[in-house]
Design a protein around this ligand. Structure first.
Ligand code: ARG
Length: 462
């Protein structure tokens, strides 16, 4: 028979081409458990409103339980003839309960308020999954920082040697960014915990249903929508979710890019574990950082999902429009991509080897202690303008002679400036340079230890 939820006023059935275009069941079937949960809550609301007897409610709930079990076991599956998840489940319910009782559940709800509610429920669950995966990555990065508490590395700006930093400090910078992503997910969840159920197609219901009770049953701590038009038409929750997942992709891709660079022969800061590297089909010697490259690549895809969704939403009149069926696949994809990417990426970070000696050797290279000379001069009372020039002169002399700053002789220092007494050598070491930046947020081991303690407390409560 006809499974459509809307055939009565039509003389002809849908054209095949329309049905093919219109179908969403191939991607919204994953919402079936949420639709059944919504149906249970809705059945109770109908009962409270006097529209289902106690006996009808019990049989309805039993039917929904059996349908849920059949969906979970695969005994009941959606077919291509079911336009969407709602159609398929109504067919399943009618099979369980017969048309008299099964046909009562649709009263007072619309696919418009249903889909808006289910989409929120699904994304809220996946926000928790993705949040947990971010915590896993943060914990691995924290452990990496803790495993190398004293390792120095060249800190860079413009990818050029800038000033030495602690490796742990650099790694924790990524942990800070990921912490904000996790926080975004939590704040998003709080905003999204509002249930559109009861909004109907757009105008609410005349049946005396209690949307607040439905919201509570479905775990929406923020209650039900205050405006049924907004409840069915708004998708900013989806766009914001797409932004947050894109931002996660971008933050991970920034780590990825560094791993790719650090893993080159020229840098040799890290070696990736064999289990998290790939080979070449032609070059036998190759060991490639494909996980990091896929992280970089997938971040582009996540950005595309966000911009595609924003384009779909732009200038849509209120309330529901079928364009909104295009809202789900991009966001589902963003969840799926992160849920395969993050475990692999975390595994790669957990197993890489860090070459402390190599990083330490390069930490003072490229005249990265020039700022320390200038700041030492300032501490001797020299104005920074002069100090900057004097330190710059030191670099110039070194560059011409092909030496590093700590190789300048006392005579060369004195010739550059009378302020440059041999005591300047006290700051010409990476250890000294690091230890001196001991203010809050600085790269001194003491400051990084404070940061580490704060981060560990934060990650633990996420
Ligand atoms: N499949 C639809 C969607 O994803 C569900 C809502 C359909 N509503 C409608 N009036 N056709 O948006």
């Amino acid at each position: 028979g006809d499974v459509r939820l809307w055939g009565a006023r039509f003389a002809d059935g849908p054209a095949e081409a329309l049905a093919a275009l219109s179908a969403s069941v191939h991607f919204d079937w994953r919402l079936a458990p949420y639709d059944i949960a919504g149906s249970r809550a809705h059945a109770r609301a109908l009962h409270t409103a006097g529209l289902l007897t106690q006996d009808e409610l019990s049989r309805m709930l039993t039917g929904l339980d059996r349908l849920e079990a059949d969906v979970a076991s695969g005994a009941f599956v959606a077919t291509v003839a079911d336009e969407d998840v709602h159609t398929a489940l109504e067919r399943g319910l009618l099979e369980q309960l017969g048309p008299d009782l099964g046909g009562k559940l649709r009263a007072g709800r619309s696919r418009n308020d249903q889909i808006a509610t289910l989409f929120r429920m699904y994304l809220r669950d996946h926000a928790r999954i993705v949040g947990g995966l971010i915590t896993d990555l943060q914990e691995v990065l924290v452990a990496l920082a803790e495993a190398h508490p004293d390792a120095a590395m060249p800190g860079r700006t413009h990818l050029q040697h800038a000033q030495p930093v602690l490796f742990a400090h650099h790694v924790l910078a990524h942990v800070q960014a990921l912490g904000r992503d996790a926080e975004r997910l939590r704040q998003w969840d709080e905003r999204t915990a509002v249930s559109p159920y009861g909004s109907g197609a757009l105008a609410g219901s005349s049946l005396g249903l209690d949307p607040q009770a439905v919201a509570a049953e479905l775990g929406f701590g923020g209650g039900s929508s205050g405006n049924s038009i907004d409840g069915t038409a708004s998708r900013d929750f989806a766009a914001e979710f797409a932004f947050i997942t894109a931002m996660i992709g971008i933050d991970v891709s920034r780590i990825a890019e560094e791993i790719i660079i650090w893993n080159t022969k020229e840098f040799s800061f890290v070696t990736l574990h064999d289990a998290f590297s790939t080979g070449s089909s032609i070059m036998p010697q190759k060991k490639n950082p494909d996980i990091a490259e896929l992280a970089r690549g997938k971040s582009g895809r996540l950005i595309g999902n966000l911009t595609g969704l924003l384009a779909t939403l732009k200038a849509l009149p209120l309330a529901y429009n079928r364009d909104l069926q295009e809202d789900k696949e991009p966001v589902f994809d963003s969840c799926e991509q992160l849920e395969v990417l993050l475990p692999a990426f975390t595994g790669m970070m957990a197993t890489l080897t860090v070459h402390e000696e190599r990083m330490a050797e390069l930490a003072p290279a490229g005249f990265s202690l020039a700022t320390d000379i200038a700041e030492w001069l300032v501490r001797q009372g020299v104005p920074f303008r002069v100090a900057h020039e004097v330190a710059g002169e030191c670099v110039k002399v070194c560059e011409a002679a092909g030496i590093e700053l700590d190789q300048l002789t006392d005579e060369q220092f004195a010739a550059i400036s009378p302020h440059l007494t041999p005591e300047v050598r006290s700051v010409l070491s990476v250890t000294g340079a690091l230890a001196s930046r001991d203010g809050r947020g600085g790269t001194a081991p003491s400051a990084v230890a404070v940061q580490l303690a704060e981060i560990k407390a934060d990650v633990a409560v996420q």
